[in-house]
Design a binder for this molecule. Structure first.
Ligand code: 531
Length: 363
């Protein structure tokens, strides 16, 4: 007979990382709402994030939150570049915690993909005359397609400044009561643009070799880790592959994950794509899970799986087979904020996710 220690984990088993215990293995993936006003959260965010805490997610990660106004994807993005942005987020975090979830934040800079319209307004780059702004990136190379703006190649001073913006936003995240912090280094945004040889053609210490391309992220991570409490989880989202020959790939992601672990990162959140418009991505159920699995095994770091995970059995199996330590859901949680509650019932583990008192008769 197996001892409890050797029993495999499952979806509704708590997970402790540093001083934080998640009540189960389900998290809300950061999802842009494009509904902030000058970077400040609104009642939309309270209801959106609050509903998912009530619905049973263990971790509620607020959308990509820009560390500077220029780092926003769209004018509606969330931000944490001034102290005034702290309290509306703190209010949401108090609610999220009251309902048993851990509040997390993803800090981001959109690089060459900044200055775009909201998706429901077309999503294309905005000219400066239409409310857009000049963009920066590792190299003066446009993304292409609907995002044709050519960014200005960052100077060493720009790099240091953006890193300081990450640090300042981290301090504000602490003040807002976050207990989980993710650095966004995926989906073709600034940090990912440094990683990939397709977007980084620099000839200084931040471009060329693997060591140089990972320098921006490692320096940013160390600077953030220095102010983010040791007791709280720090995570990094990676696009584990660009799905493009000559681009960033899984082997590099695995090596990077080893370095991130050495620099105090607790979890790698394993996504993919977004660096170039013409990648052919074999989207299918759970298609990114193999990245979480390999990084977990080969870099020896906890991972989060994300991407086209829709079924309770799939999510449970990912955790049981130890391919990832937690599962982040995106669109599925937009469709159904009560997905965790419904999954607990479907998996016969209803008792492991108690109802909020107000809803107990209907859970
Ligand atoms: C979707 C996306 C997923 C994977 C690759 C590229 C794009 N998202 C990503 C979001 C913004 C909106 C669209 C972020 O990562 C901020």
């Amino acid at each position: 007979m197996q001892t409890s220690l050797s029993q495999p984990p499952h979806l509704f088993q708590p997970l402790t990382i540093k001083s934080v215990t998640l009540r189960n293995r389900l998290g809300v993936s950061p999802m842009c709402q494009y509904s902030s006003v000058d970077g400040t959260a609104t009642d939309w965010h309270l209801v959106h994030l609050g509903a998912r805490a009530v619905g049973g997610a263990a971790l509620v990660i607020v959308e990509a939150t820009a560390v500077s106004p220029e780092g926003r994807i769209t004018p509606g993005d969330a931000g944490l570049w001034t102290d005034e942005q702290i309290e509306p987020l703190a209010r949401i975090n108090r609610f999220v915690k009251q309902h048993g979830a851990v509040p997390g934040i993803q800090l981001a800079h959109a690089g060459r993909k900044a200055s775009a319209a909201r998706p429901w307004e077309g999503g294309a780059h905005l000219a400066d005359s239409e409310g857009g702004w000049p963009t920066i990136a590792p190299s003066a190379l446009a993304f292409g397609g609907d995002l044709p703006k050519v960014p200005r190649a960052m100077t060493a001073t720009d790099i240091a400044q953006v890193q300081q913006h990450f640090v300042a936003a981290t301090r504000r995240a602490i003040a807002a009561g976050y207990e989980w912090l993710e650095i966004h280094s995926a989906h073709g945004y600034l940090s990912h643009e440094f990683l990939s040889p397709l977007s980084n053609r620099r000839t200084d210490g931040y471009g060329g070799s693997f060591e140089n391309r990972i320098r921006f992220l490692l320096e940013t991570t160390r600077a953030v880790r220095a102010v983010w409490p040791d007791s709280l989880p720090l995570t990094v989202r990676l696009s584990c592959t660009d799905w493009m020959p000559g681009g960033w790939d899984l082997e590099q992601s695995i090596e990077l994950a080893r370095r991130l672990k050495a620099d105090g990162v607790d979890v790698v959140d394993c996504s993919s794509g977004g660096l170039v418009p013409d990648a052919e991505i074999p989207v299918a159920p759970c298609y990114q899970v193999p990245f979480a699995d390999r990084i977990r095994r080969e870099a020896g770091i906890a991972t989060a799986a994300v991407g086209f995970i829709t079924q309770p059995k799939e999510a449970d199996e990912i955790v049981r087979s130890e391919k990832a330590d937690l599962v982040l859901l995106a669109r599925e949680l937009l469709r159904d904020p009560y997905w965790p509650a419904h999954a607990a019932r479907a998996l016969g583990q209803k008792d492991l996710l108690p109802a909020p008192s107000q809803y107990a008769r209907a859970w």
